[in-house]
Design a protein around this ligand. Structure first.
Ligand code: ZN
Length: 229
């Protein structure tokens, strides 16, 4: 059994123990923390291992795994983790980006709003459901609109915290579009806040990234106006 731990200072983060942090969602880095050998194991092997380990969790909780309704659950969870909700951990699944010349010489902001995504909180492994709004100003290159959506979905399909998701999407856009002029706004509901913990069903969390020309009061106002339409 692999007992490797990712924390370097006796399970403490910023001087706090995990117990003291509790439900406060601190995170450590912009990159999703991954082991160096994360992809040594094949996806088939990962699914087998997860299925075995998940059936153990169910067994410990006292569930009867011989029941017709439950016996397929470990395999279903394993397949869902690797092929669907955490598929964005694997760089092989990163969307391929084709850049096009900006033939129309459109040089104002482009806004793609209300991109629905489903992610999962890395502290509780329960869903984060939200909408991402993306804006950029072309540097002379453009990408297909569906690619903006695909970038959001790729980074959402990881265990996440919303701040990191926002910045990972912004960084990818900057690199693909070869410009600093990108903005990302995410408005999301965290089920670890609503379905458990403080059980607040009405709050949502908003995070923003305003880069280059977007880091300017009048541009932010213009963008907010489009989003409020
Ligand atoms: Zn959480």
């Amino acid at each position: 059994m692999n007992t490797e731990t990712t924390s370097k200072d006796n399970g403490q983060l910023n001087g706090f123990t995990n117990e003291a942090i509790g439900d406060d969602h601190l995170f450590t880095s912009l990159d999703t923390p991954m082991k160096a050998n994360a992809f040594d194991m094949s996806n088939e092997e990962k699914k087998k291992r997860i299925s075995i380990l998940f059936s153990e969790i169910m067994d410990v909780m006292g569930l009867d795994l011989t029941d017709d309704s439950l016996q397929g659950t470990p395999d279903r969870v394993a397949k869902m983790y690797i092929e669907e909700i955490f598929s964005g951990l694997d760089p092989k699944n990163k969307p391929k980006m084709a850049l096009f010349e900006n033939k129309y010489q459109y040089n104002q902001m482009l806004v793609e709003k209300n991109i629905t995504f489903y992610s999962n909180c890395e502290h509780h492994f329960v869903p984060i459901i939200g909408k991402a709004h993306i804006a950029y100003k072309s540097s002379g290159k453009v990408i297909g609109l569906s690619k903006l959506n695909r970038i959001v979905q790729y980074y959402a399909k990881r265990p996440q915290v919303q701040e990191r998701l926002t910045n990972q999407i912004a960084n990818e856009l900057k690199s693909v579009l070869e410009t600093e002029d990108v903005a990302v706004i995410i408005d999301a509901k965290h089920l670890c806040v609503s379905s458990r913990g403080v059980q607040d069903d009405t709050s949502t969390t908003i995070t923003t990234f305003y880069g280059g020309e977007f880091n300017n009061a009048s541009k932010i106002l213009e963008l907010q106006n489009y989003l409020n339409k």
